[in-house]
Design a protein around this ligand. Sequence first.
Ligand SMILES: NC(=O)c1ccc[n+]([C@@H]2O[C@H](COP(=O)([O-])OP(=O)(O)OC[C@H]3O[C@@H](n4cnc5c(N)ncnc54)[C@H](O)[C@@H]3O)[C@@H](O)[C@H]2O)c1
Length: 465
Amino acid sequence: MVGRRDSHISFFRDAFLMHKTQLLARIHAHDAVVAIVGLGYVGLPLAMEFADAGFTVVGFDVSERVVSLLNAGGSHIQDIPAAMVAKHVASGRFVATTDATRMRDADAISIAVPTPLGKTRDPDMTYVHAATQAVVAQAHPGLLIVLESTTYPGTTREVLLPALESAGFTVGTDVFLAFSPERVDPGNPIYHTKNTPKVVGGVTPACTEVATALYGAVIDTVVPVSSTETAELVKLLENTFRSVNIGLVNEIAIVCDKLGVDVWEVIDAAATKPFGYMKFTPGPGIGGHCIPLDPHYLAWKMRTLNYKTRFIDLASEINSGMPDYVVEKVSRALNDVRKAVHGSRVLILGVAYKRDIHDMRESPALDIMRLLEQRGATVTFHDPHVATFREDGHEYHSVGLTPDALRTADAVVIVTDHTAFDWQFIVDHAELIIDTRNATGRTARSRARVVSLADSMAQRTRGTA
Ligand SMILES: NC(=O)c1ccc[n+]([C@@H]2O[C@H](COP(=O)([O-])OP(=O)(O)OC[C@H]3O[C@@H](n4cnc5c(N)ncnc54)[C@H](O)[C@@H]3O)[C@@H](O)[C@H]2O)c1
C-alpha cells in the first residue's frame, strides 16, 4: 500500500521531473525565452549569442540610455556591431527594456551586473542585491537563474539561494540556480563568447544539468563543476593568477632597472623556454573591470575567515605602485635634460586600459595623468579609441597626433600600445619618450631619446639626443 508520505514524495519527484524535463526540452528546441540582466560588456555579447542561436532574448537594464540605444539598433560595446543588434531587434529576437516585469515569461535568466569595490576596497554587492530582488520578483516554477557577475565564493548560495527560498521556491526542484563566470576578453580577435569554454556550477546536480544545457546550446564547450563555490573560485583563480604574474614581472622590471638590464630582452629570452614558463609583460599598471578588482573579492572573503591572502595583497601593492614608478621615470628623464616636471608639457599616448579597446575603467593612464598634474605638468593625451573623457570634474579631449604635438611636448609617455599607432612616426618627431610598453622597441634609430620602463642604468638612447 502506498502511504501518505510516499505519495507526497512521488508528487514532489514528479513535479521536479516535470519542471526539469520541460525546461530542458525548451532549451534543446531553442524556443526558450532567455532574459539577460545587465547589458554591458558581458551581458550584451551573451544576449547576441542567444539571439543568434534562435532564442528569444529579453535584455533588462536599469540604464534608459543603454536600452534606448539598443532598441534603436545601436551598440555601446565595441565587440558587438550595431548591425547585429539591429538585425535581432528587427526580427523580434531581441528586445531591451527597463521594465523588470518583462522577465516574467523568461525560462532562464542570466545576471551580468557590475561587481565593483567600495571605497574601502571591499565588495560592493549593491548591484547583485538589486538584480536578485528584480529577478526573484518575476520568478516562477521551472525557471533557471544563473549569476555571471564575478564575485566572492559563496555569493550564489548566500545571496540568491535564500532570496529564492524566502519567496517560497525550492531550488533544485521547482527553480534551478547556478553560477557561471564570464571570461569575455574585450578586443580579443580570436576568442569571444561562443568559442571560450564556459564553466558552470549549480546548487544541485539538476541545477548544473539545466545550466549546462542552456550554455551548451550557444557555447562550443561547457565545463560543469561540482558546486557554485567551485565555479565562483575558478574565475577568481584565473584573474588572481594574472594579477600575481603581472605583479611578478612588474617587480622584475624594477629589479632590471636597478641592475641596468633590459627587462624586455630578459622576458623575450625567458619566453624561448618551451615548457614551464608563461610570458607576462610589465607595464604602467593594471586596469579594466577584472584584474584590479576581482582578487580583492577573494581577499575580502578570506579576511572574513581570518586568513590573509598574501600573494593577492603583494601583487596588488606592486601593480598599484606602477603609475608612481612611471611618473618617477618621467621626472628623472626630464631632469636628465635639465627640465622639471613642473611647467613641462607631457603628452600621454593611449589612455584605454589595454591595447585596441576604448574601455578606460581603472586605467593606469588616469593615475599617471593625475600624478603628473599634481606635480605641475600640463598634460594632454592622444588615443585613437578615446575621443574624450571626464575625470575629477575636468574634461579631456584627445589632441591630434601631429609632428608639432610630438615635437612641442617635453615628454611623450606611451601608456597604451594601440596597434593604430605609427611608432616610427612617433620616434621620428618626439624629443623625449618614456615607453612603458616597449612599443618603440622595433623602430629604427631616430632623434628621440627613448627611456624604457626598466633600463635606467643603461638608458636606451637612440640617435643624437
Ligand atoms: N568587462 C569584462 O571584460 C568582464 C569579463 C569577465 C567578467 N566580468 C564581470 O561581469 C560583470 C559585469 O561586468 P560588465 O563589464 O559587463 O559591466 P558593465 O558595466 O559593462 O555592464 C553592466 C550593466 O548592468 C547594468 N545594471 C546595473 N545594475 C543593474 C540592475 N540592478 N539591473 C539591471 N541592470 C543593471 C548597467 O546599467 C550596465 O549596463 C561584473 O561582475 C564583471 O566583473 C566582466
